[in-house]
Design a binder for this molecule. Structure first.
Ligand code: AMP
Ligand code: GLY
Length: 420
């Protein structure tokens, strides 16, 4: 089978690697991919918003399965755009993608279907927002409605902080804002829960906990994710049962009742308080770096799994995850998430020797004149699976130290809740 993968991050390199393991794969194209994917697939330089060019390329190159990694093309309707072709596109359609594309769409579903989530209010003017902020309890959480690349969420400790957030959002910092969401601050421990859906049925495909803050001890600025461990320490059969009954089933029913269906990965961001799950957010894709942490645990033929999602017969598959402990650490360029140097060379990469159960996924890299160049803030993802989290983390740290990239930094405390 000829497969296309859309995206250029560590998530897409991990997907590419898993697809390559399937004996059913004959060729992989990554649109646009990175230096890591260029070693195992053919990279194709097309912009992600150029749906016409992507479709023409897929048709001309007989791509049969197209996997969409990031949220933006899904929210923009890439799946619907391929409806007039026979190509199987793995991911949710435009309507269902609003679960990530609009926080207000999701909150309205939560209210109608009684899905546990933070209490919330929606405001349409700055004036109404300010009036509410005078009397609000702090901390309070203020969110822009649309996609904001992981930004657009403010945890405000005071009226003054709330005012800044409201002004920035209505001022257009995250695109033109017709409304704003203010929600109750939830106390608890976060967990990310992942499922695969085929439009009718779904199956569990792992849990993870990422570390969003740049500094050790979970301090400093928010980032796209500095590392992850899987499985989450919070998961129990009772908690899974509650997540299924109170969150997943009503959400999929809501999408069906809107005349649509959900196909693809669904990422359920939760706050767990006294063994009760509260929905924080949905993402309509795998997480990054959660994907790099979880996919190496998957024992199924990944092509078979994705095709059965596209064909609506996921029931035929039994998803099997091995029970090792997985840790992923992200190696970043110094200065990230603020200003950092771009286009520095990553030497020594080819000399790293990876053992069984160790993985290196590229994120912000490109290949130029046969040299690997760091282009992004999050540059490389190192993953190890073993019998316990401490061994996995020690393995990863050793690999990063062996690479010895002088422009890089990373968090040494990933997984501290399950290790230290
Ligand atoms: P979101 O983009 O909605 O996932 O929010 C980003 C992060 O902000 C989440 O992963 C949480 O750490 C935090 N957050 C969002 N909403 C809340 C809330 N209601 N209470 C506490 N923390 C929150
Ligand atoms: N790691 C968080 C995300 O992918 O949204």
């Amino acid at each position: 089978m000829i497969v296309g993968i859309i995206g250029s991050g560590g998530r897409e390199h991990a997907i590419c690697n898993k697809i390559r393991e399937s004996p059913k794969t004959s060729k992989i194209y990554c649109i646009p991919g990175n230096a890591g994917t260029s070693r195992i697939a053919e990279n194709v330089d097309i912009k992600l918003d150029d749906f016409k060019l992507i479709k023409d390329f897929c048709l001309n190159n007989r791509i049969e399965l197209l996997i969409v990694g990031p949220e933006q093309p899904l929210v923009d309707g890439i799946v619907d755009y391929f409806n007039d072709t026979k190509i199987k596109v793995f991911g949710p359609n435009k309507l269902a993608s609003q679960l990530e594309g609009s926080k207000i769409f999701t909150k309205k579903i939560c209210k109608k279907y009684k899905i546990p989530t933070a209490n919330f209010r929606i405001f349409e003017t700055l004036e109404d927002t300010i009036n509410f902020l005078y009397t609000a309890n702090y901390p309070t959480v203020i969110k822009a409605d649309g996609l904001a690349a992981g930004k657009g969420v403010y945890i405000c400790k005071s009226y003054e902080e709330g005012l800044i957030a409201a002004k920035e959002i209505f001022g257009g910092k995250f695109g033109s804002a017709k409304s704003i969401l203010i929600e109750e601050f939830l106390v608890g421990e976060e967990m990310s829960y992942f499922i695969l859906c085929d439009g009718k049925n779904y199956q569990f495909i792992g849990t993870a906990q990422d570390h969003k803050r740049v500094g050790e001890g979970d301090k400093g600025k928010n980032t796209g994710g500095m590392g992850c461990y899987s499985p989450s320490r919070l998961l129990s059969p009772e908690l899974a049962e509650k997540i299924n009954l109170k969150i997943i089933k009503p959400t999929l029913k809501a999408i069906n009742e809107l005349g649509s269906e959900y196909k693809g990965f669904l990422y359920i961001g939760l706050m767990v308080k006294n063994t009760d799950p509260y929905l924080v957010e949905f993402n309509v894709r795998m997480g990054d770096p959660e994907c790099q942490t979880i996919l190496p645990l998957l024992e199924n033929d990944f092509i078979e799994v994705l095709i059965s999602c596209c064909d609506g017969n996921l029931k035929k598959q039994v998803i099997k995850l091995n029970n090792k402990k997985s840790i992923c650490i992200v190696l970043c360029a110094k200065g990230y998430p603020e200003n950092y140097k771009k286009n520095t060379e990553l030497k020594n990469l080819e000399n790293l020797s990876l053992k069984h159960n160790e993985y290196l996924f590229h994120a912000g890299t490109k290949l130029e004149n046969n040299k690997i160049i760091a282009t992004g803030g999050r540059v490389l993802n190192f993953v190890s699976l073993s019998e316990n989290f401490k061994n996995s983390r020690d393995d990863v740290i050793k690999l990063i130290n062996d690479l010895n990239w002088d422009n890089g930094f990373f968090r040494k405390d990933i997984g501290h809740k399950v290790i230290d």
